[in-house]
Design a protein around this ligand. Structure first.
Ligand code: PMP
Ligand code: GLN
Length: 468
């Protein structure tokens, strides 16, 4: 018996290291049940000699707001206005197209497709973006299909940023820009949008960049600037004038632009989305990133793309071909069907790109009204599907005396005590600027009205308890 045990010890120890000790094969289980002390001494010797260090580029990049808050939301089974995704069905023509792609007569749609993008999809995207950018966009050289906008962003950072390069990031920013800059060896340089009337009702347009402060961040080391419009989490739709100011600085200092425009169709109250790549002299220095997840309300499909001139795209495509190589074929086929349909009715109110924001605007207003009713100060977004609200004057007592930002403590308290999940806005600011945002929490409003009303009820009930 003992002989057999020692002979499997090395294999058993490596299982230990991977944390799957008691779910391992039967002989291992009986070995550890019978010889617990032997197991631990063998394991700790092995641990000491085989402690593999993670890659240096991961330093400081292990945590992430989504990992932390989604786990907490699940643990407490909380009503979820945190992570951004719809809780209603996507348009049925895309889901039907997906079923058809998987089960229909063209069985090859279940196999690999072209690495840089399924031909039918890149053709549709090129057609659409030729219109939007008012210039010819070549499906084969100007469009790259990726595993979500996330992968597009990652390939942009990896494709251009070298150790020593600086990347200017406008805050609040989608959190992955910072670790992606660092993973490429670059240094993020942050510049915040600040509320012009803190402590009062505002719209997202009232969060502004200081042009002098922005210019002070440019240097000879600056390689790229990242901008997200419409912005997550604020919902700010940068005006043409603001984008011209940013574009002029990028031209003056010869800097690339990574333009994250995943919420390009989600605009309210007649606001218009200006694509920075369409400003004079900007096509040649801009990579525009978007997402089918947002466009067709299918965030779980994880399909995105980059549109850029050939001389920029070749670096991003090279990175894609050496990591993901090709994205899911049926998902691309279904998205292509969606684009083809919408291309035929772009200016009609039936077009999903117009129908979706028309459906979301009353949801935005319902949420804003409910937040005001409990005494929060919502910042009305002009775009996107998130809203931040100031809770600071409500005098919340979370009993948490850690040195985390106030919004993190409040969000955790709401999840734990009220089973209601949101996201702290300071997660979208760098360490040095978290105080700009720590009075605000972020709510997602691409939800059924019933979900938003349940959220309102939870908040009202909480408010009543505060008065007692
Ligand atoms: N950019 C922004 C601003 C986002 O909010 C998101 C949210 N998912 C992404 C990129 C990533 O999009 P995807 O799900 O297509 O990877
Ligand atoms: N973009 C979404 C949000 O901001 C999802 C983020 C994510 O899943 N990483 O909530």
């Amino acid at each position: 018996m003992f002989k057999a045990v020692t002979s499997i010890a090395p294999a058993a120890s490596s299982c230990c290291r991977r944390g799957v000790l008691f779910r391992s094969s039967a002989p291992l289980t009986s070995f550890y049940q019978l010889n617990t002390s032997a197991c631990f001494s063998t394991t700790s010797q092995l641990m000491a000699s085989t402690e593999f260090k993670g890659a240096k580029r991961l330093e400081g990049n292990y945590g992430n707001v989504w990992v932390e808050y989604i786990a907490l939301t699940m643990k407490h089974n909380a009503l979820n206005l945190g992570q951004g995704f719809p809780d209603f069905a996507p348009p049925d023509y895309v889901t039907k197209a997906l079923v058809e792609a998987v089960t229909g007569p063209n069985v090859l749609l279940n196999q690999y497709t072209r690495g840089y993008g399924h031909p039918r999809l890149v053709n549709a995207i090129a057609k659409l973006f030729s219109k939007l950018h008012d210039r010819p966009v070549d499906p084969m050289t100007n469009v790259l299909v990726t595993a979500g906008a996330y992968e597009s962003l990652f390939c942009c950072f990896q494709g251009f940023i070298n150790p020593g390069d600086e990347v200017i990031i406008i805050e609040p920013f989608f959190d992955c820009y910072e670790p992606m800059t660092r993973a490429a060896g670059g240094t993020p340089v942050f510049v915040p949008l600040r509320p012009s009337k803190p402590g009062s009702l505002m719209t997202s347009a009232e969060w502004k960049l200081d042009p002098a402060e922005l210019e002070s961040k440019f240097s000879r080391k600056t390689k790229a600037l990242v901008i997200n419009t419409p912005n997550n989490p604020l919902g700010k739709v940068f005006t043409r004038e603001e984008l011209e100011m940013i574009a002029n600085l990028c031209k003056k200092y010869n800097v690339l632009v990574f333009a994250d425009e995943v919420y390009e169709w989600l605009l309210y109250d007649g606001h218009k989305h200006t694509r920075i790549a369409t400003l004079p002299g900007m096509w040649d220095r801009t990579l525009t990133i978007s997402s089918a997840g947002k466009t067709f309300s299918v965030t779980g499909w994880k399909l995105g793309w980059t549109v850029a001139p050939d001389h920029l795209m070749k670096h991003v495509s090279a990175f894609h071909q050496n990591c993901v190589y090709t994205c899911a074929t049926p998902i691309q086929e279904a998205a292509a069907v969606g684009f083809e349909l919408e291309l035929g009715r772009l200016d009609s109110p039936d077009c999903y790109f117009l129908e979706l924001p028309a459906m979301l605007q009353p949801k935005r207003d319902l949420l804003a009204a409910q937040l005001q009713e409990v005494g929060m100060l919502p910042v009305t977004p002009d775009g996107g599907y998130f809203m931040v609200a100031d809770f600071s004057h409500l005098g919340v007592e979370t009993g948490d005396d850690s040195d985390e930002p106030k919004d993190c403590k409040f969000v955790k308290w709401l999840i734990r005590e009220k089973k209601f999940a949101t996201i702290p806005t300071s997660a979208f600011y760098s360490k040095e600027h978290k105080s700009v945002a720590e009075n605000y929490i972020r709510f997602c409003f691409i939800k059924e009205d019933s979900t938003l009303r349940r959220a309102g009820d939870i908040l009202k009930e909480w408010k009543r308890s505060l008065k007692q």
